[in-house]
Every structure is written in structure tokens, then in C-alpha cells.
Design a protein around this ligand. Structure first.
Ligand code: ATP
Length: 369
């Protein structure tokens, strides 16, 4: 199985360059630029209304951008003077509701894209060949998504997770350059989502196709994607690997959107910042901003607690603790009244009013006020 994106110098499978789209006065997408390599999974993550679905629809050809260029396998799909309709783009789509044909079996659903004649990117001889090869390709796709024994079932006989895999197999069957997935887990049981995420990632990696999926769920984006593009107000504010987005967010918005965050006021000093929790080392900071007032971002798992020795006014106090078994989230009020959350292991269980010292375990990041 191929586990990483293919960065061998080939043309990226998908390129969006300064794509913009407005609906009347509402600018849905502003100069969005990104590339997706073959075998790479990119998440478009952001709050409701930030332009994720519109970006996906522009890539698929369901929406015409006002500006910008989309290239698929090195060919311009839309750009100045160029417009290819959806059926002429090498794109596979997995809609939010999976949109399986209820009167077709699983195998027929998967084979539909091979025999329906809508794949206008195929030349006539290729189409003839594809028709002949369709049964073998359907078989291959059933194997890929682990549904070989389900070939004769109908959509109403499938669980949500199985229906999702059929939709994915149908999108992948015609060997698209890229597959686009619109909120692929939103119709599925919350408890199943984590295991289905891994299954989907494995299928996409085995297929070695570029994939872009839209989500407003940060866990989904961080766990499934190779790179995450965080959108806000139509712009891609940052794109990068999940750990970059989580631990090195470029803006305060991203820092607080992609994970739980404590924000502490601080003052920049050499190599770090002075905060109520003492000196905190800052990662990636320009040296000239000493003295600047900053907001220091610390993830709850970057904090630890220890019993406060004096049990006096110098101590912070536990306000509440939520016990989850594998960990606990303890809310603490600092002397100044600022509240922070620590995500801790559970060897020590903390209780309201416990006097504590809060310790910073890692380098933090800071944003100018
Ligand atoms: P959600 O997560 O809620 O689906 P989103 O990030 O996918 O949101 P879009 O659906 O791309 O956001 O919408 C971006 C903006 O464009 C929103 O303000 C939305 O109201 C607007 N918009 C989207 N489609 C249309 C349309 N066809 N006509 C008018 N406005 C639209």
C-alpha cells in the first residue's frame, strides 16, 4: 500500500490557482490556491459558510468560478477562455448522501460509471475497451472496498458505512485523476466514524488517487488528511500537514479552530514570553518583537498540574474535572482569574478546590495582540 503522496516531480493531479467565486454580494471563495498530488488526501476544513463546498463544486465543474484556473492532470479544466463541463473532467464525486441508485445492485452501482457513456474524457476506443473490462474492474473495486460478498445486494440492504464504500468504489472505478468527497461522514453514526475514517484512508491510499474532502470536523480533517487547508471567509488561511496546523497555526483563528486552546496574555522577551505561568519558550519567533504584548496559545495537553505547596493565595485552584478513563480534562482558575484547561493522564484524580501549580511542558506559540 502506498502511504504517502507522490511527489516525484510529475504534474500534480489537481491544481487550483487563485480561484474566486461570488454569489451576488457574497464572496464564497477568494483567491484559493492549492495543489493535490496523486495519492495525496487534502481536507478543506472550516466553519459553516466559509466556502468549502463552493471550492469543491468549482473543482468538479458544478460551479463556474469568476476568476482563477483549475488544472486536472496538467490540463486546464477552467481558466481564461476554457471551460470543461463536469463529465469531461477526470473527477470522481462522492456526494454527501452517497446518491446510490436504489434500483441497481452494488455491482451495478459501481459499474455505472464504466458503462454509462458519460465519461467524455474517454475516446471511443477507450470507452469500448472500458465496457469490455467493466466486470473485471467492478470486481477489483469490490475487493478494494472489502465488499466482495455484497455485489448482489441493493442499497437499502446496506449499512451507512457500506453505502459510503460503494459510493467511493463507484467514484474510483473510472480511474479519475481526483476524487472529491463532500462531508463524507456527516450521514454516518457518530460512533462508527473513527473506524470508517481509517477504512476510507486505506482505500484512498490503495487506489493512489488524489482526494479532496470537505469537512467542518477538525478531528476528521486531522486524522484522515495528509494536508489540511483551513478556510475562513472564502480564503485558505493555512495549508499544511496536520501537526503543522495543530502545533504551528499561523493565525489565532486557526489555533483555536483546529483544537482546544488556552490563550494567555504575555509579553515577548528573548526566546519566549513572560506569562502568568512563568517564562514560556516560543517556537518560530522573530527576534525583533521583544516587549510586544502577545497572546500565548497552549494546548490543554501541554499543561501539567502538581499540588501547590503553600495552599495559599499564590496557588491556582481546580474548578472542575471531567474524567474520561483514558484521560481527564481539568479546568483551573489562575490567580489572575484567567481559566485554563489541562488534559492529563488519570493516575492522579483532581477535585474542585484542589490548590495546584500549573506547569508548561512544551514550547508554545504566540500571536501579536
Ligand atoms: P457548510 O459547511 O455550511 O456547507 P461551506 O463552507 O461549504 O458551508 P459554501 O456552501 O461554500 O460554504 O458557501 C459559502 C458562502 O456562499 C455562504 O455564505 C453561502 O451562503 C454562499 N452560497 C453558496 N452557494 C450559494 C448559491 N448558490 N447562491 C447564493 N449564495 C451561495
Amino acid at each position: 500500500m502506498n502511504s504517502g503522496p507522490d511527489r516525484t516531480g510529475d504534474t500534480p493531479a489537481l491544481v487550483a490557482q487563485r480561484v474566486s467565486k461570488a454569489f451576488g454580494d457574497t464572496v464564497a471563495v477568494r483567491e484559493a490556491s492549492f495543489e493535490v498530488e496523486r495519492g495525496e488526501i487534502v481536507a478543506l476544513l472550516g466553519p459553516s459558510g466559509c466556502g468549502k463546498s463552493t471550492t469543491l463544486r468549482v473543482l468538479a465543474g458544478f460551479e463556474q468560478p469568476d476568476d482563477g484556473v483549475v488544472q486536472i492532470n496538467g490540463e486546464i479544466a477552467v481558466g481564461p477562455g476554457v471551460w470543461k463541463p463536469p463529465e469531461r473532467r477526470r473527477i470522481g464525486m462522492v456526494p454527501q448522501d452517497f446518491a446510490l441508485f436504489p434500483h441497481l445492485s452494488v455491482a451495478e452501482n459501481i459499474g455505472f460509471g464504466l458503462t454509462d457513456g458519460h465519461r467524455a474524457w474517454w475516446t471511443r476506443p477507450v470507452r469500448r475497451l472500458r465496457r469490455a473490462q467493466a466486470p473485471a474492474r467492478v470486481h477489483e473495486m469490490l475487493e478494494l472496498v472489502g465488499l466482495h460478498d455484497f455485489a448482489e445486494r441493493y442499497p437499502h440492504e446496506l449499512s451507512g458505512g457500506e453505502a459510503q464504500r460503494v459510493a467511493l468504489a463507484r467514484a474510483l472505478a473510472p480511474e479519475p485523476a481526483a476524487v472529491l468527497l463532500d462531508e463524507p461522514f456527516s450521514n454516518l453514526d457518530q460512533n462508527l466514524r473513527a473506524s470508517l475514517r481509517l477504512a476510507m484512508r486505506n482505500i484512498l491510499k490503495a487506489a493512489n488517487t488524489a482526494a479532496v474532502f470537505v469537512t467542518h470536523d477538525r478531528e476528521e480533517a486531522l486524522s484522515l488528511a495528509d494536508r489540511v487547508a483551513v478556510m475562513r471567509d472564502g480564503r485558505i488561511e493555512q495549508i499544511g500537514p496536520p501537526d503543522d496546523i495543530y502545533y504551528r497555526p499561523e493565525t489565532r483563528f486557526i489555533g483555536t479552530f483546529v483544537g482546544d486552546a488556552n490563550i494567555l496574555p504575555g509579553e515577548r522577551t528573548r526566546g519566549g514570553a513572560q506569562t502568568e505561568l512563568g517564562f514560556v519558550v516560543l517556537a518560530d519567533l522573530p527576534s525583533e518583537s521583544t516587549g510586544q504584548t502577545v497572546d500565548v496559545l497552549l494546548r490543554p495537553e501541554q499543561l501539567a498540574l502538581k499540588p501547590c505547596r503553600d495552599d495559599g493565595p499564590g496557588c491556582a485552584n481546580v474548578i472542575s474535572s471531567e474524567y474520561y478513563g483514558h484521560d481527564q480534562v481539568v479546568r483551573v482558575r489562575l490567580r489572575s482569574g484567567v481559566e485554563v484547561e489541562a488534559r492529563l493522564r488519570t493516575e492522579v484524580v483532581w477535585h474542585p478546590d484542589d490548590p495546584v501549580d500549573v506547569i508548561v511542558l512544551d514550547d508554545a506559540i504566540a500571536f501579536p495582540r
